[in-house]
Design a protein around this ligand. Structure first.
Ligand code: EPZ
Length: 420
C-alpha cells in the first residue's frame, strides 16, 4: 500500500497548475448517459474516482476513451442500466447515474452507496424527488430498482441542500415531460458547471447558479455537437488546498488555470489569517509573510465556507497564533483528521461538531494514517510544516481527489515522495 514520505520545513515557492474539478467531472460524465450522440469533455482530471466512473459507464455498455485530459463518451447504446455494488461501494458518487438512466431508458438498478468515514451519507432526498417525478422505486437487497415510463415535471422543494441530490434531479428533469422546479437547490459551482453542460447538450434550464432551478423537459438531448470539447471548470478545493499549504509553510505561490471567484469564502478566511492574496482572471497568488493568525468558521453550503476545505484550514490553525474554533455543520463525522493531527503535536479539543484548536509554535513529524480524502490532504499540509519526517499511510484516499499531488508539491519545493 503506497505511502507518502514528507520532510517538512521548506516554505513553498513557485507556480502550480490546477486540474479540472473532480466534483464537476463526475456528474458531467454521468450526464453523458443522457446524450444520444458521442460527447467530448475536456480538462478532466486523471484521478481514481474518474477511472471508477468510466469503469461504471463501461460496464453498462458505454464506449469511452480518456487520454488523461479529454474524455470521449458514446452512450448511444446501453447494454444494461446497472451500477453494481462492486463499483458503487468504492465511489459514492456512482449514485449520479440513477437520474440519467431513469430519464433516458426508463429503468435503473443502482447499488445503494454505503456510508463512508465522514458520515451516513443517505440518498433519501434523491429517491424522494424521483418518486415525485413519477418513478416507481423499490430498495431490495442493497439495490435501488427504479422504473418510469416517462418522468413528469413537478415542483420539488428539497428538505436540505444536497449537491448530488440536486444534480441527480436536475439531470432527470431534462428529459421529463413538462416543467420541473427544484427549490432549495445546491448552488455549488460544480452544480452550475453540470447545468451548463446539459444546456450545451440541448437541455432547457433557467436559474443556473441560484437555489431555484427551472427545467423545461425535452424529448432528447441531441445537440451533442455543441458539447464538443466542453471544458470542466477548475477545482476550487484543490486550489484552496495548495494556497493553504503555502500559508502553512510561510511561502509564496501562484495557482494557475483556476478561477478566484469560485472560492471567495476560502480566500476571505486566508486573508483573515494574515495572507497577502492577489488575483487575476485565471490565477491566485498567496504569500504568508509571518506566522498565521488562527481563524474560526462554520462550514455551510455554497457560497459559504465549504466543508471540503474544513480539514485543510484546521491544519493551518494547528500552527497559527491563537485559538481557532471550527464548527462542521454538513457531515456528522468529519473530524477524523483531528486524531492524526494530534500525533504531530496539534492541540485540538473536540466537542460534538465543534473543534477548538490552540496553535503551537511547531509540529513534529510522525507516522500518521489517512482516513478520507480531505483529511488526508490536511495531513500532507501539516507534514509540510512539521519539523522532521512524516509518513502518511493509506494514501489511496488522496489519489481519489488530487492529481499528481507529490509531483505538484515537489515543483513547489516540498520534500515529498511516494514510497511503498
Ligand atoms: C457532495 O457530496 C460532494 N461530492 C462532497 O465532496 C461534498 O463534501 C458535499 O457535496 C458537500 O458539499 C461530490 O460532489 C461527488 P450532500 P454529497 O448530498 O452530494 C445530507 C469530496 O471531498 N443528505 O450535499 O454526497 C448528507 O448526509 C466530497 O470531494 C441527506 O440527508 O453531499 C449531508 O449531511 C466529500 N439525504 C448533507 O445532506 C440525501 O438524500 C449534504 O450532503 C442527501 C444528502
Amino acid at each position: 500500500m503506497d505511502k507518502l514520505l514528507v520532510l517538512g520545513g521548506a516554505p513553498l515557492q513557485g507556480e502550480v497548475a490546477i486540474s479540472g474539478a473532480k466534483n464537476a467531472a463526475l456528474p458531467i460524465l454521468a450526464a453523458s448517459l443522457l446524450a444520444s450522440h458521442p460527447v467530448t469533455i475536456g480538462n478532466v482530471p486523471r484521478l481514481n474516482d474518474i477511472t471508477t466512473m468510466l469503469a461504471l459507464l463501461g460496464d453498462m455498455g458505454v464506449h469511452h476513451s480518456f487520454d488523461g485530459k479529454t474524455v470521449t463518451i458514446d452512450a448511444s447504446d446501453i447494454r444494461r442500466p446497472l451500477a453494481s455494488y462492486e463499483l458503487v461501494r468504492t465511489m459514492r458518487a456512482s449514485i449520479l447515474v440513477l437520474g440519467p438512466l431513469l430519464a433516458r431508458f426508463g429503468q435503473a438498478v443502482v447499488s445503494l452507496p454505503g456510508g463512508c468515514a465522514i458520515g451516513a451519507r443517505p440518498v433519501d432526498l434523491h429517491l424522494k424527488g424521483l418518486t415525485a417525478m413519477g418513478a416507481t422505486i423499490k430498495v431490495e437487497k442493497g439495490y435501488i430498482h427504479a422504473s418510469a415510463s416517462r418522468l413528469h415535471g413537478c415542483r420539488l422543494v428539497l428538505d436540505q441542500v444536497t449537491v448530488t441530490g440536486t444534480e441527480n434531479l436536475l439531470m432527470a428533469a431534462t428529459l421529463a415531460q413538462g416543467r420541473t422546479i427544484i427549490e432549495n437547490a445546491a448552488r455549488e459551482p460544480e452544480v452550475s458547471d453540470l447545468a451548463h453542460f446539459l444546456v450545451a447538450l440541448g437541455a432547457r434550464i433557467d436559474g443556473i447558479g441560484t437555489d431555484v432551478l427551472e427545467v423545461e423537459g425535452v424529448r432528447a438531448l441531441n445537440n451533442a455537437g455543441n458539447a464538443r470539447d466542453y471544458q470542466v471548470l477548475p477545482d476550487r478545493i484543490e486550489t484552496g488546498t495548495y494556497l493553504t499549504a503555502a500559508a502553512l509553510t510561510g511561502g509564496c505561490i501562484r495557482t494557475t488555470c483556476t478561477r478566484p471567484e469560485l472560492l471567495d469564502a476560502v480566500l476571505a478566511k486566508l486573508r483573515e489569517a494574515g495572507a497577502a492574496i492577489t488575483t487575476g482572471d485565471h490565477w491566485i497568488e498567496l504569500s504568508m509573510p509571518r506566522r498565521p493568525k488562527a481563524v474560526s468558521f462554520h462550514t455551510a453550503p455554497h457560497p459559504a465556507f465549504p466543508t471540503d476545505m474544513q480539514a485543510q484550514l484546521m491544519a493551518l490553525n494547528t500552527i497559527a497564533e491563537g485559538v481557532g474554533i471550527i464548527t462542521e455543520t454538513i457531515f456528522e463525522n468529519r473530524f477524523m483528521h483531528v486524531l492524526e493531527l494530534r500525533r504531530l503535536g496539534a492541540q485540538i479539543a473536540v466537542e460534538g461538531n465543534t473543534a477548538v484548536c490552540t496553535g503551537v509554535e511547531r509540529l513534529n513529524g510522525a507516522p500518521v494514517m489517512a482516513t478520507d480524502l480531505r483529511a488526508s490532504a490536511s495531513l500532507v499540509l501539516a507534514a509540510l510544516a512539521a519539523e522532521g519526517e512524516t509518513v502518511i499511510d493509506r494514501i489511496y484516499h488522496i489519489d481519489r481527489g488530487y492529481e499528481q499531488i507529490e509531483t505538484k508539491f515537489s515543483q513547489l519545493g516540498a520534500e515529498i515522495r511516494r514510497i511503498c
